[in-house]
Design a protein around this ligand. Structure first.
Ligand code: B12
Length: 313
């Protein structure tokens, strides 16, 4: 039966079981135990399975077949973690193929993360990075999956372990993207704002710049303002990018030492939602990974050689 006719009339339990390739008793048990029953109702008739019900059951069937415990699989199916489309539409046949590839990768990555299968998650992220490069892999796969998991976490107050495993796996994959040749001067300094723990956006930026042969120093999470000022003072980068995800870590005061003084040599960029509506005067504010890559590449190239790094002695 076509998707259209399912939507129009719904399926009986027997038809749904046949369509999904599971026993009627299994469907009844999923209904009774986990509430995964038919929701379509017409007066005087038994409830029927509509397209949404079937999509949830499809997730349930796939996850249980992969060894996810039934209760956990049902929770994910009901939460809709895997059912909504993850990518926007593109034009033309090549675009449609591409779109399907990303949608499949996103579903696979979400499932692997849900099963806490770090190996499979890493394989999928590595494949996307190798086939498409860092910016597309971030925008079409890594970011949408993180966003989806973040939303489900906010709605259910669970899945923290999934979020941790996924971000760790992504960090490792991004760090494995080939770096520029030894001796390339790192003209860009990347740091999280004070108390900011969301490092992944800067790890993606570092990897995307590495692909373009631009060297960076990545200071990572929760950089105290005096440490950031010291690093800038010591290395004289062409560009400093300070990431903040939430307003409470985006205190403009932490940038004052970097912005003050006539001897200022570095362009200062603030990135991330924390700086929304509070971009400090004298800084620039890229709006996407791609924009940050352009800015950093141009800044590094304009700085040219020689490297102005600090050397001991
Ligand atoms: C992974 C994750 C974590 C990991 C981070 C691991 C790591 N190494 O980075 C860990 C577990 C450490 C973590 C901790 C916490 N997290 Co968290 N986390 C996330 C998650 C799932 C993904 C974060 C991420 O990297 N997103 C990708 C970024 C780039 O998303 P974005 O800013 O929305 O991106 C767009 C724009 O910023 C724009 N853009 C503009 N300029 C630029 C520049 C660059 C370079 C890039 C890349 C993009 C970009 O493009 C983006 C898309 O690419 C998000 C969910 C989400 N929706 O993001 C929650 C989320 C950010 N976390 C949240 C919270 C609440 C926390 C904690 C407070 C939880 C806690 N109670 O401890 C702590 C924060 C501690 C702290 N002080 O920082 C909330 C934040 C809510 C808010 N706005 O205040 C979120 C949104 C989840 C939620 N829905 O509730 N988290």
């Amino acid at each position: 039966m076509s998707q259209e006719s399912i939507t129009a009339v719904g399926l009986t339990v027997g038809q749904a079981a046949r369509q999904l390739g599971v026993a009627v008793t299994t469907l009844r048990s999923w209904h009774r135990r986990y509430g995964l029953g038919p929701t379509r109702h017409e007066r005087g008739r038994h409830r029927r399975y509509g397209a949404d019900d079937l999509a949830r059951l499809e997730v349930m069937r796939t996850l249980t077949a992969q060894g996810v415990p039934a209760g956990e699989a049902a929770r994910m199916a009901i939460a809709g973690v895997l059912t909504a489309p993850l990518t926007t539409t593109a034009d033309g046949a090549a675009g449609a193929d591409e779109e399907r590839w990303w949608a499949r990768a996103a579903r696979g990555l979400t499932r692997a993360a849900m099963r806490l299968d770090a190996e499979q998650a890493r394989t999928l992220v590595d494949e996307a990075l190798a086939r498409h490069g860092v910016v597309p892999a971030w925008e079409e796969l890594i970011y949408p999956v993180l966003e989806r998991i973040g939303e489900r976490h906010a709605a259910t107050d669970s899945l923290v372990e999934v979020e941790h495993l996924l971000s760790r796996t992504m960090s490792e994959a991004l760090a494995a993207v080939g770096r520029p040749p030894a001796g390339t001067p790192p003209r860009v300094l990347l740091a999280c704002a004070d108390e900011e723990q969301h490092t992944l956006p800067l790890e993606a930026l570092a990897a995307a710049l590495a692909e373009r042969g631009v060297g960076v120093r990545l200071l990572g999470a929760r950089v105290p303002p005096p440490a950031l000022a010291a690093a800038v003072q010591r290395t004289g980068p062409a560009l400093v990018v300070v990431w903040s995800h939430a307003a409470h870590t985006a205190d403009p005061a932490q940038l004052r030492p970097l912005l003050a003084g006539p001897s200022r040599r570095s362009l200062i960029a603030v990135a991330g939602a924390g700086w929304r509506d509070r971009v400090p005067e004298g800084t620039v504010n890229p709006q996407s990974l791609a924009e940050a890559v352009e800015l950093a590449t141009a800044s590094a190239r304009a700085a040219g050689s020689p490297d102005r790094s600090w050397h001991p002695g």
